[in-house]
Design a protein around this ligand. Structure first.
Ligand SMILES: *[C@@H]1O[C@H](CO)[C@@H](O)[C@H](O)[C@H]1NC(C)=O
Ligand SMILES: *[C@@H]1O[C@H](CO)[C@@H](O)[C@H](O)[C@H]1NC(C)=O
Ligand SMILES: *[C@@H]1O[C@H](CO)[C@@H](O)[C@H](O)[C@H]1NC(C)=O
Ligand SMILES: *[C@@H]1O[C@H](CO)[C@@H](O)[C@H](O)[C@H]1NC(C)=O
Ligand SMILES: *[C@@H]1O[C@H](CO)[C@@H](O)[C@H](O)[C@H]1NC(C)=O
Ligand SMILES: [Cu+2]
Length: 541
C-alpha cells in the first residue's frame, strides 16, 4: 500500500513536469590549436575541442553547465546571451558584475531556467575571450512554436569576423595613447567557425536557418541568391514573418529565417556573407567590402558552384518588424534613462568610450554583491562607483534613450530582457528630440539593436526581473574601452540575497571582497574611499 502510494505520487509529480527536464553539460575550458581560415592559432575550446559544442534544450528546461577552468594561465566565465535569468541573476556571467572570474584550476556551476524559446548563444564575458573562440550556439526549442509545420529542417549558421592575434595583445595595443580610438580590424570572415558553408538543400523543402553572429567588431551583410529570407524571429522574439532579401547581422544578433528551396533550374545557389567594416555603410561615400565569404545552398554537388554578387547593400529595416503576438508598447513610462555615448580620453591619455562623460570602470566588489550586502543603501547609485549605474524600481516601465554621438553604427545589447524597439531612426538624425510621434505602437522586441551613427534609439522594458543587467555595445573592443552601463533593477528585492559556495570560493581564491560598496567598505557604504576612478591601463575585462 505504502509503496504503491509513493510510486503513484512520483508518477504524478513527473507527469506534472512533463517537458521540463534538466540538460547537463560538463565542460573543461582548454586551449586548443585551430585554423578556421587556414591560419593556425591557439583558441579557447571546450573539452579539448573547437568549435565549442552547442547547448540544446527545450523551453521550460533547466540548463546546468559544470565549468572547469583548465586554461592554466587565464581566468574565465560564461554568459548565456539572451537568456533572461529569471530568479537566477547570479548565473548571468559577466565578471566583476554578477560574479568573480573563475581562476585556473577552479570550477563554477551555472544553473538556470530557459524560460523562452529561440536562438541564443553563450560566450565568455571575461578578459575579451570570446573573440579567442570561447562561444557557441544555445538553442531553445519550442513545443508551441507558432511556425511549427512551416519548415522541414533546421540549420545553424554562425558568422563572425576573425583575428589572427589573441585578444589580450589586441586590447593591449588598442589601449595606448598613440592608438586613439581605432578599433582593431579583423583578418577575415568565417562561418560556422571555419566550416565550408555548404548547406544541403532539397527542392521543395523549407529550412529554418538559425543565423547567429559571434563577431567581435564587424556586422555581416547576408544575401542568398534567388532565395528570399522569410524572417520569423529576431534575437529571442518571434515576429510576423517578413520577407527580406538582405539582412545586416550585427555582433551578437540572431535571425531565424525560413528559406524554401526553389524548384526552378538545375544549379546550386550561392550566398554571400560580407563583413561590414565601414563606419556606416549607408552614409560612407565609398564603403569597402574586403572580407567576403561565399557559401552554397547545395542542390547537387555535381553541379557548378558560382559566386553571389550583390550590387548594393540595402538591408531590411529591422525596426519595422512586427511582434508576432501583436503586443502593444508597455506603458506608461515611469523612468527614462538617457545615455549619451561618445568617445573620450582618460587621465592616462588612453582612448575610451563614455556614457554621459564616463567610461565604465569595473570595481573591486562585483556589483551584484554590493546590491545584496548594502541593505537600504542599495538604491543609492553613489555606492556602486564608476560602473555607470542606473537604478530602476520593481514597478518601473523604463525607456533607455541612447544617443549615439559617433559616426559609426553601434550594436547595443541589454542583459536580462527582450526590449521593445520604440524608435530607431536613420543615421544623422541627431539626439532624441523628446517627441514620441515616431514611436511604434506595436514595437518589435529583441536584445541587440544597431544604433545608427549620429542618431539614437529608444528601447523600452518592464522592470520585472530583479538583477544587475549590463547594457553595452557588443563590439568587444568597445566593451574594453568602457562602453557599458549597469542597470540595477529592483535592488530593493535583492537585499540579503545569498550566493552559491562555488561562486564565493572563486572570489576567495582571487582575494576579491564580496560585501560592501564598490571598494568593499561595509561600515559606511557611502564612503567612497578606495573606489577605482581611473581605468587601470592594464585591466582587460
Ligand atoms: C596562455 O596559454 C596559451 C596556450 O599556450 C597561450 O596561447 C596564451 O597566449 C596564454 N595566455 C596568456 C595570458 O599568457
Ligand atoms: C508570410 O508567410 C506566408 C506563407 O509562407 C506568405 O504567404 C507571406 O507572404 C509571408 N509574409 C511576408 C510579409 O513575408
Ligand atoms: C559549368 O561550368 C563550366 C565551366 O565554366 C561550363 O562550361 C558549364 O557550361 C557550366 N554548366 C552549367 C550547367 O552551368
Ligand atoms: C564582396 O562583395 C561585394 C558585393 O558583391 C563586392 O562589392 C566586393 O567587391 C566584394 N569584395 C571582394 C574583396 O571581393
Ligand atoms: C560616511 O561617509 C561619508 C563620505 O565620506 C560621510 O560624509 C559620512 O558622514 C559618513 N557617515 C558616517 C555615519 O560616518
Ligand atoms: Cu560600439
Amino acid at each position: 500500500m505504502l509503496l504503491s502510494g509513493v510510486l503513484s505520487l512520483t508518477f504524478l509529480s513527473l507527469a506534472s513536469l512533463a517537458g521540463a527536464g534538466t540538460v547537463t553539460y560538463n565542460w573543461d575550458v582548454t586551449w586548443v590549436n585551430a585554423a578556421p581560415d587556414g591560419f593556425s592559432r591557439p583558441v579557447i575550446g571546450i573539452n579539448n575541442q573547437w568549435p565549442c559544442p552547442k547547448i540544446e534544450a527545450t523551453k521550460g528546461d533547466i540548463v546546468v553547465v559544470n565549468l572547469n577552468n583548465k586554461l592554466g594561465n587565464e581566468t574565465t566565465g560564461l554568459h548565456f546571451h539572451g537568456v533572461n535569468q529569471i530568479n537566477s541573476i547570479e548565473m548571468d556571467g559577466p565578471s566583476a558584475f554578477t560574479q568573480c572570474p573563475v581562476p585556473p584550476g577552479s570550477t563554477i556551476q551555472y544553473k538556470f531556467l530557459v524560460d523562452a524559446a529561440g536562438t541564443y548563444w553563450y560566450h565568455s564575458h571575461n578578459m575579451g575571450q570570446y573573440p579567442d573562440g570561447l562561444r557557441g550556439p544555445l538553442i531553445v526549442h519550442d513545443p508551441q512554436d507558432p511556425y511549427q509545420g512551416k519548415y522541414d529542417e533546421e540549420v545553424i549558421l554562425t558568422v563572425s569576423d576573425w583575428y589572427h592575434s589573441q585578444s589580450i595583445p589586441i586590447v593591449q595595443n588598442m589601449l595606448t595613447p598613440a592608438n586613439g580610438f581605432r578599433p582593431p580590424f579583423p583578418d577575415t570572415v568565417i562561418v560556422n567557425e571555419g566550416g565550408d558553408g555548404q548547406i544541403n538543400f532539397v527542392k521543395g523543402k523549407t529550412y529554418r536557418i538559425r543565423i547567429i553572429s559571434f563577431a567581435a567588431f564587424a556586422s555581416a551583410m547576408l544575401h542568398f541568391d534567388s532565395h528570399a529570407m522569410n524572417v520569423i524571429m529576431n534575437d529571442g522574439s518571434y515576429i510576423k514573418n517578413n520577407s527580406a532579401n538582405q539582412l545586416r547581422v550585427a555582433p551578437a544578433q540572431r535571425y531565424d529565417v525560413l528559406i524554401s528551396a526553389i524548384d526552378r533550374d538545375r544549379r546550386n545557389y550561392p550566398y554571400l556573407v560580407a563583413l561590414d567594416v565601414n563606419k556606416d555603410f549607408a552614409n560612407d561615400a565609398a564603403p569597402v567590402w574586403p572580407y567576403n565569404f561565399t557559401g552554397q545552398l547545395v542542390m547537387d554537388k555535381k553541379l557548378n558552384f558560382t559566386n553571389d554578387v550583390v550590387g548594393a547593400f540595402r538591408p531590411q529595416d529591422d525596426s519595422n518588424f512586427a511582434p508576432y503576438d501583436d503586443a502593444s508598447a508597455f506603458g506608461p513610462v515611469t523612468k527614462t534613462l538617457t545615455m549619451n555615448f561618445n568617445f573620450c580620453t582618460d587621465q592616462n591619455g588612453i582612448g575610451r568610450a563614455c556614457i554621459n562623460g564616463q567610461p565604465n570602470i569595473p570595481q573591486k566588489v562585483p556589483t551584484l554583491y554590493t546590491v545584496a550586502t548594502t541593505g537600504n543603501d542599495n538604491t543609492n547609485p553613489i555606492i556602486y562607483g564608476a560602473v555607470n549605474p542606473f537604478i530602476v524600481s520593481a514597478s518601473d516601465i523604463v525607456d533607455i534613450v541612447i544617443n549615439n554621438r559617433d559616426d559609426a553604427i553601434h550594436p547595443f545589447h541589454l542583459h536580462g530582457h527582450q526590449f521593445q524597439v520604440m524608435d530607431r531612426p536613420r543615421s544623422g538624425t541627431g539626439d532624441y528630440p523628446g517627441r514620441t510621434n515616431g514611436f511604434a505602437k506595436k514595437p518589435p522586441m529583441r536584445d541587440v539593436i544597431s544604433v545608427n551613427g549620429r542618431s539614437y534609439a529608444v528601447l523600452r522594458f518592464k522592470a520585472d526581473n530583479p538583477g544587475v543587467f549590463l547594457f553595452h555595445c557588443h563590439i568587444e573592443w568597445h566593451v574594453e574601452m568602457g562602453l557599458t552601463a549597469t542597470i540595477i533593477e529592483a535592488p530593493e528585492l535583492l537585499r540579503g540575497k545569498t550566493f552559491p559556495a562555488d561562486h564565493l570560493n572563486n572570489c576567495k581564491l582571487l582575494k576579491i571582497p564580496i560585501a560592501g560598496n564598490a571598494a568593499g567598505n561595509t561600515v559606511n557604504v557611502t564612503d567612497t574611499t578606495g573606489f577605482i576612478t581611473v581605468p587601470d591601463p592594464n585591466y582587460i575585462g
